[in-house]
Each structure stands twice: as C-alpha cells, then as structure tokens.
Design a protein around this ligand. Sequence first.
Ligand code: NDP
Ligand code: HSE
Length: 432
Amino acid sequence: MAVADQRPLKVALLGCGTVGAEVVRLLHSSAGDLAARVGAPLELAGIAVRRLQKSRDLPVDDALFTTDAAALVARDDIDVVVEVIGGIEPARTLLLSALGSGKGVVTANKALLAEDGATLHAAARESGADLYYEASVAGAIPLLRPLRESLAGDHITRVMGIVNGTTNFVLTRMDEAGMGFAEALDEATALGYAEADPTADVEGFDAAAKAAILAGLAFHTRVTAGDVHREGITEVTAADVASAKEMGCVVKLLAIAEKDGNAVGVRVHPAMIPRSHPLGTVREAYNAVFVEGASAGQLMFYGRGAGGSPTASAVLGDLVAVARNTLSGARGAGESSYADLRIQPMGEVVTRYHISLDVADKAGVLAAVAGAFATHDVSIRTVRQEGHAGDASLVVVTHTATDAALQAVVDELRGLDTVRAVASVMRVEGTE
Ligand code: NDP
Ligand code: HSE
C-alpha cells in the first residue's frame, strides 16, 4: 500500500517546552520524510501542556493543545505517546496508563527512568508495548540503542562518560580561563547552559540518573539513581584545577559504571583525567561516553547532550522506531536485567587519589605522611613537595586502592600534627 493510503499513526505529545516544541517543529518540517521512513504518516493528535494561554509560535492548530493529559493519553485512537514533561508525577501515572493500554511510549525522562524504570518496563512487558528512551541520556548521541542492541552480543566491562553539559561547560571555563566555580557558573547561566536552579546539574543528580540508566543497560541489572555514589562539582576549586594541570590532567565530572566480578559499581564524581585521554578533550557543553567491551574494545560516543533540537532528534528517532514496530506488529527489545549483579558499595571500588596537603617543612613530616599511607596499605605513586619558609605543600598521587582505604588515609592525615590542612582530595581516572 502507498504511504499516503496508510492510516496515519496518531501521536500524543505530553509537554511542549524546550524539547517538545522542537519535536513539534520537526514533525511538521519533516512530515514527508518521516512518513516515507515509517511507511505511514505521523499525525500529531494532541499536545498536553500546563498553561494553555502561553504563546508558542508553533506550526500547529491551537485546538490540539489541552491541559488534560490523562484524557489525551486515554483516547482510543492514539498509537504512540511521547512524554517530554519531565519529573516523576504526573509523568509516571500518564506513562503507566499509556503502556497499560498497549500504546507505545517514547520518553526523555531520565529522572523517572532512574527512579522507577522497573515499573515502567513491567507495564510495557505485560501489555507488549514499546518503551523507548534514547533522549534520556546524552541528548542527541545514539548511545542507549547501541548498548541495548548493537552491543548485545558483547560483555561490557566499563562505561565512563561526561553526561552533563552544564558542569562540563563550568569545568572547561575553570580550566581554560582560570575562573573559580561561582564565576564559571554565572557565565554558564548567562549563556543559557545552566538553569535558574542549577542544583540537579552541579550536585550531580542529573548525571547520577543518567549513570543509573547506562549501568542498567550495560550490565543487564536494575540500577536506580539511589544506587549511584554521587558527588557534584561545587567543591572543586581553582587550586584543584591548577594542580590537575601540573600533572597534565583536566578535571571532569565523570559518570562511571564498571563491573567487578559479580558486582557493578556506579559513581558520579569529579576526577582528574589525562588531557590525552579521549574524554580529556571534550570541551564546553558537549557530552561523550567511553565504552569498553570485551570483544569490541574501546568505543567513544560524542556529541551534543542537551538542547531542544539535539534532544528532539533522539526523540524523533525513537518515534520512528516505535511507529515502524506498530505498523509491522513487532516490538523492540524490552528490559534485560537477568544478570542481577550486586551493587558495589563505594568503599569497595578501586580507584586512585590525588591529595594536596599543607604541612610544616621540617624533619620527619614526609615519614609521618608516608606512614599514614602504609598503615592502610595504600601505595604511593608520586610525591611532589614545594617549600616556602617553614611551610610546604605536598602533593601525593597514589596507586590503585579501595576507596575505603583511601578515605581512611585521608582521615588519618587530617589527624596528624604536622599536617596543617588537607587542601584537596580528588580521584584520578584514565591513567595506567
Ligand atoms: P520544559 O520545562 O522546557 O518543558 C516541560 C513541558 O511540560 C512544558 O511544555 C510544560 O507546559 C509541560 N508540563 C509541565 N507540567 C505538565 C503537566 N502536569 N501536564 C501537562 N504538561 C505539563 O522541559 P524540557 O523540554 O527541557 O525537558 C523535557 C524532558 O526532556 C525532561 O524529562 C528532561 O529531563 C528531558 N531532557 C531535556 C533536555 C534539555 O536539553 N532540555 C535534554 C535531555 C533530556 P507549559 O509549556 O505550559 O509550561
Ligand atoms: N541539564 C542537562 C545537562 C540537560 O546540562 O546536560 C540534559 O540532560
């Protein structure tokens, strides 16, 4: 049957903000191509928003807008529901209603997937509906489907990425312009990279949600945001960034998920990484994710992780996939959590530390400091000392040890008479 003769597939759009408005524009401007790619026209059948009176300047009939999202989702003629409202409620109730009635769902909602993805997946499984969420992690970058499909025959060992554009912009300005955290965040806000309330970004909540989704897919295990060890970038100082520079490193907010035996460790924290590492070259608001597979080796995914247009690209890709499945009666891959790995506590994770100390410049200080490391069986890799008239700064970089052992060393150093201050502690990643 010719595409034009096919019954249009009806799409309900929930939310029409930064991402939703771009979805509307792309559905309009690419209607012919999308119909040809799907095999049937995609018809926007309704758009749920919070404020009907808001001026939107979009190429659609005003009559499509409604504030009754639940009624829109419940309509019998809707084939696919696209959710770009965000947050937990009402998004969860709306998506459970859509999936429960067998409608395919496309969502960009990382917060919901990381908090309660299992319930959504169960609803999709029971009704045989599709649940696609490529846009929820790293915006435009095709990453979740490669993990879920292209790499389904491999064993992923590690996923390490920069998955938050706002914090990467801030850290780039601290590195390249010598700014402090507050000044760099002000610039990010002025340029529209940071939201009015940047807490979710700078405290690492956004990256932790994305890390949970990535870890779940990579390691076939249910991981929630609460399972992720999380530290943000608010404590990163200009001195940390300068210290990283001296080592040929750059500070990045990393999301890391790695397998260790029958456990998976998932963490988000700032870390020093060599400038020569592929992630060390990722600047400004870009995202990049480095995946290591037992057979595939090292893979790098790079691109725009946020913004209306890049995120809408990923939403449209999912919409085409779900629409094709709807037409052919097929179904995309569902949740895979068979491995059911144990979530590794942060204390068991093996890492390296960079520690800066302000100490008295006198005999025995180095021995006392070295003793603290020896007590906890942490091997020192390098020590650098600079003295200034009775005071000295010591920079110690360790070999790998468990995070618990490294924390114990730092606690002991804080108690030494000869150590005036532990100026900074930061993990080091991506070195041999
Ligand atoms: P916005 O805040 O810009 O838009 C949210 C939309 O949802 C608005 O249109 C709003 O209506 C509507 N809305 C809010 N509450 C309700 C409700 N109760 N019923 C119906 N509609 C409602 O969000 P974004 O577009 O930035 O983000 C959407 C999703 O995409 C989130 O899950 C986010 O995490 C994700 N995402 C966003 C990215 C980005 O760069 N912005 C990148 C990747 C993912 P109104 O317009 O009337 O206010
Ligand atoms: N606030 C997020 C970021 C948007 O800065 O990356 C994309 O999830």
